[in-house]
Design a protein around this ligand. Structure first.
Ligand code: ZN
Length: 282
């Protein structure tokens, strides 16, 4: 198996690492199936993307924030993230925070190993209360057979002692550890979280699944079919990308083309994505 693509960078004093846990290619019109196909393809081409083969990545962020080591999401189990972390000199047992941004399988499946044990044995797993309640509601549990993510949530419920539920409907931001904040970003799922990393005046805004391709930076009104509440997802997308432009923050998105990093700039009345120019680092 090829070694994973990785990208190291700094936010102030914090060391950050993006690991590409997986990538696949998909037509952009399949991803944004409800939007007008010709327009979607035209915007994709403006960004130099092949509309038929959009890179759909899985970018996992690790941050060494002072004395804490935080992992943002876990990917799917069979990608072997713990081995990929070890290859980078990071012991999974040294990770003390796992932020679980939301309940979809591509974000939660790697929490447990095949035997049902925590892959990050010393971590507290930080989850929004809204998301936890959503996945453990009777109508979701009834889907357990059809949706493998539900099985992970049932196991999390059994291990409630290892979970820290955060936030209420009115909390916009919750500090997880100094310099690492969870931000309420609902729509994609009811309790979806974004994450802000801040150190020494530098900022990274990890928007996670607020958008799935940077075509949506220019056209936030285009939602994928799997956004849970589309009007809310659109509102959140606008709010976070406008904030990123205002703050001149570095932006990371979980599914954007690896390493998923760039900036949002204002152009007249619209926003535009510019990918960070990166060198391959292995
Ligand atoms: Zn996702």
């Amino acid at each position: 198996m090829m070694s994973a693509a990785t990208y190291h960078f700094q936010i102030g004093q914090f060391e950050c690492l993006v690991i590409q846990a997986h990538s696949s290619q998909t037509p952009v019109t399949r991803l944004l199936g409800d939007a007008p196909a010709q327009e979607v393809e035209a915007v994709a081409r403006q960004y130099g993307l092949d509309p038929q083969a959009l890179d759909f990545s899985m970018n996992i962020l690790l941050v060494k924030a002072g004395s804490h080591t935080a992992l943002i999401d876990t990917g799917v189990r069979d990608i072997g993230l713990p081995e990929k972390l070890r290859d980078q000199g990071i012991d999974p047992a040294a990770i003390d925070i796992v932020i679980v941004t939301h309940g979809h399988r591509d974000h939660v499946d790697g929490i447990f190993d095949a035997a049902g044990n925590f892959v990050y044995p010393n971590a507290r797993h930080v989850i929004s209360k809204r998301e936890y309640d959503h996945w453990l509601a009777p109508e979701q549990l009834a889907q357990a057979e059809k949706n493998p993510a539900v099985a992970v949530w049932k196991r999390l419920q059994d291990r409630r002692d290892r979970i820290e539920l955060i936030g209420s409907e009115t909390d916009e931001e919750i500090e997880v550890v100094p310099g690492v904040c969870a931000i309420r970003a609902p729509g994609h799922t009811p309790g979806h979280l974004a994450v802000r990393i801040e150190s020494g005046g530098d900022r990274l805004l990890h928007v996670v699944d607020v958008a799935h391709t940077f075509v949506q930076v220019a056209r936030p009104e285009w939602s994928p079919s799997f956004d849970y509440d589309k009007p809310q997802a659109i509102e959140t997308r606008r709010r976070l990308f406008e904030r990123a432009a205002r703050d001149r923050a570095l932006v990371l998105a979980y599914h954007f083309t690896f390493p998923g990093l760039g900036r949002v700039v204002t152009e007249g009345n619209t926003l535009r994505w510019t990918s960070l120019q990166t060198l391959p680092t292995g």
